[in-house]
Design a protein around this ligand. Structure first.
Ligand code: NDP
Length: 331
């Protein structure tokens, strides 16, 4: 068994030399425990942001889909799959009954039929629930309203847009390449998508949002968010989901002052963490699974290969190589 240990705090982009891969001996299973072998590991933006809060050396955090290869727990049969916040490690021994204190609950995967189990890290997992609860609970969009999404072609953003369309809203996205924008408009049914690296944001908003913006699902923060919030309607709602535009910054950049827009437009701006809805976790997963089966929810994955390439995958995702969810197939 192997695991990643972070030994140096990130400076700018994560580097392979910030980590050590450490071998582990696996002890015998105790009553109630399972041994799970990782099949897919997740690389997510929060990993870049959170590890600065840990005392080093620290085991690398992260979600994974793992196959149960030995079990002394009647509810968890060998051959079934679980998801859990097991970190960047090939094998995990855990008692799922007594260990629901991780970032996310340990969940036995439902039968996904012909869908790949990796979806449990994407549309049928944490990013899917972030989209589902973040949009519905924080933005509370009504039919006919306009939703703007940044980070729109990523795991969370691409999902938010599709829920927005199914709720009868106008959906406008910002993403980092023309190909991603094409995909959002042609495949996912976004009304408009703009490449934030090449357009003037205000001009794009004017063109894409004739009735201005009622809901803003903010995945990136920074200057673009200030511009969008200044283009909102009165009583607009902002779901502050993430601020990836600053995660790799050594010096946090200056952004335009936002308070006048918040006051005069009487905006409701709310940050959230998806684990607020841990007790409703299955509701989100099941809703997304139903949409998937009905053909209303499309997905893409960027699959990296090899446990030894975790850091490249993390950096690739932070650089925007992914459309949809970035995952690593362990073997
Ligand atoms: P994504 O799949 O969206 O991957 C990250 C994407 O961010 C990249 O593909 C890239 O796309 C974009 N990006 C990178 N740098 C910048 C930049 N400087 N400005 C704008 N976009 C950039 O990741 P997720 O869907 O997993 O996460 C999206 C956001 O949601 C993150 O901020 C994350 O922290 C947050 N999040 C929050 C949760 C919560 O509970 N609050 C839970 C899950 C995620 P591009 O080519 O478009 O630049």
């Amino acid at each position: 068994a192997q695991k990643y240990v972070l030994t140096k705090y990130f400076q700018g982009e994560p580097k392979r030399t910030d980590f050590q891969i450490v071998k582990e001996e696996l002890p015998e299973l105790k009553e109630g425990e399972i041994l799970a072998e990782a099949e897919y590991l997740s690389v997510d933006p929060y990993m870049r942001a959170y590890m600065i809060g840990y005392k080093l050396p620290a085991d690398m955090i992260g979600g994974q889909v793992a196959k149960i290869i030995a079990s002394r727990n009647k509810k968890y049969d060998v051959g079934k799959y679980v998801t859990g916040s097991f970190g960047w490690r090939t094998h995990t021994i855990v008692n799922p009954d007594g260990n629901q204190t991780g970032m996310l609950p340990i969940t036995l995967l439902p039968d996904l039929g012909s869908y790949p189990v990796s979806l449990a890290l994407g549309v049928l997992g944490m990013p899917g629930n972030t989209a589902y609860f973040g949009l519905k609970e924080i933005c509370q969009p009504k039919p006919g309203e306009t939703i703007v999404i940044t980070g729109a072609a990523g795991a969370v953003g691409s999902h938010v847009g599709q829920i927005g369309k199914s709720l009868g809203c106008r959906v406008v996205g910002f993403a980092g390449t023309d190909d991603k924008c094409q995909y959002l408009e042609k495949e996912l049914g976004f009304d408009r998508a703009f490449n934030y690296k090449t357009v003037n944001i205000r001009a794009a908003l004017k063109e894409g949002c004739p009735k201005k913006v009622d809901c803003y699902f903010d995945n990136v923060g920074g200057e673009i968010s200030s511009t969008i919030m200044n283009y909102m309607n009165k009583y607009g709602r902002v779901a502050v989901c993430g601020s990836i535009s600053s995660y790799n910054d050594v010096n946090v950049p200056k952004v335009s002052i936002l308070q006048p827009a918040i006051v005069f437009k009487e905006l409701k701006v709310e940050g959230f963490l998806v684990n607020r809805w841990t007790d409703r976790w299955d509701e989100g997963i099941n809703a997304n699974l139903n949409w998937l089966r009905e053909g209303k929810l499309k997905y893409q994955e960027k699959v990296y290969h090899g446990f030894e390439n975790m850091v490249d995958a993390l950096v690739g995702m932070l650089r925007g190589e992914n459309t949809g969810k970035a995952v690593v197939k362990v073997k």
